[in-house]
Design a protein around this ligand. Sequence first.
Ligand code: FA5
Ligand code: MG
Length: 526
Amino acid sequence: MTRATLSRLPACLGTGGWLARAMPLAFRGSLNLGARCSSVATAIVAHQQYHAIRARRLCSSSAGGVNPRPQAPPPSVTIDNQTYATDSWFNIPPNVLSATSRQLHLQQDHPVAITRQILERVFPKPKFTTYNTHPPVVSTYQNFDSLGFPADHPGRSKSDTYYISRSTLLRTHTSAHQKQTFAFSNDASPGYLISADVYRRDEIDRCHYPVFHQMEGALTWDRRTVAGGDLAGAVWKDLEALPKHDIHVGDSNPAFHPKRNPLQIGHHTPSEAEAVAAHLKKSLEAMAVEIITRAREAAVASGISPQDAEQEEPLRVRWVEAYFPFTTPSWELEVFYGGDWLEVLGCGVVKQSLLVDAGTPCRVGWAFGIGLERIAMLLFNIPDIRLFWSRDERFLSQFAGLSAAVDKADFSGLRRFQPFSRFPECYKDVSFWLRSVSAAGGNTHGVGADDFHENDIMEIVREVAGDDVEDVRLVDEFTHPRTGRKSLCYRVNYRSLERTMTNEEVNAMHERVREKLVDRFRVELR
Ligand code: FA5
Ligand code: MG
């Protein structure tokens, strides 16, 4: 029995991006604009920029919005043995719903679970309590409001988020559990780790999947119990006890910046914020060193010479400024991997308002959120995020026995993933005119509510082709000079990770994609 069952077949009310888009434009410069897609890392970086720059509504209401054909949602869905009533906001396709039962972070010997175990050793009990079984359905309050997301944040839109109803959704990040977890913080366990599945409507490529896994981490200090009431002094003392490393970490940022990355005036003194930030960064650098060290050991154990491994992956790590509604100052950590910079986590000094709301006003601390698949890709050299969802023994057997070994601090069995085969790719284009809607056409929906979003075509392709699609890219965009109508051309790369697909099979899939585009968005195929 899967964790998710539908009371009847669902309809996907797709409309279609996320945190980075709320980021002030100035910060987006940290994304590597010159990235090429020659490796996992470059593909990831390329898609970060792609995400930040391209993920936007392709056709706004004023320019002629498209009303997707409304489809009735199922009356309810059952996830993790809990039944939830749906409403007209329901937009979860069956493939995403069924993924709620997988919980890869808890699956023995799965690379996502092994990665979680390695990270949990970096932030050990009892200082850090682990929470790994939070159900994926949360309220909009938990996912957004409790974290101070403004009402118009793009992450709230149906184009970016999978809703069960107007007030319940599949969490888009593990930060959704911050407030409730801070409420438990005490001196016995001042820190926590939360690992869980998270869900986002997103583009399709080797590094993006609508379901992935995050680990949230946080650590706080209580002003009332630190020695001599000296918070900054206590934090610096704890920092001295962290593991030392000798890698060079690029960090050209000030501890805080009045405009770009402000101090929480009235809550923290400059020296307190500086101490918490320094502790946060050193803790996460230790984590990065651990992962890169294990990745290198795995490469050498797989037959790569230590010199080649060193040359392939020189240890380089850097901090860039970031923005999150629930931390300030904030940063992202990037690791140099496969010839490019790869963002692995976001973090910052927790907004004091959040700790006050959680009933722990005297606590001050930091939090981070890390993408487990990205770390697992680095650790095991896994080239495509779809592989994590494979039930193929040729994939799973490569990690056999590792969960038990890592539990005993035995890392000698870590190896690079050996691709079993590379099956042929098959590119198919689909070009279409977006429907133009005149004002007289009676677009009665709120501005932007029904616009065509790139995530819509991503979702249709996923619905039809499942994991047999490697990536989908916009290859042409054209606005008719006279009519103002917009035409788009997407290139779908069909490629299975497990077998060679026949031409007929791919043609049939592509035809279904075309039909669904017409049926749902009333586009005119070209
Ligand atoms: C967040 O989700 C914040 N909640 C992180 C955070 C937590 C900040 C606590 C401050 C305090 P972001 O959207 O950048 O941030 O995602 C965090 C990490 O998740 C990324 O660095 C990346 O490693 C991973 N990630 C994000 N999107 C994807 C995706 N589509 N596929 C795979 N991994 C992803
Ligand atoms: Mg980010």
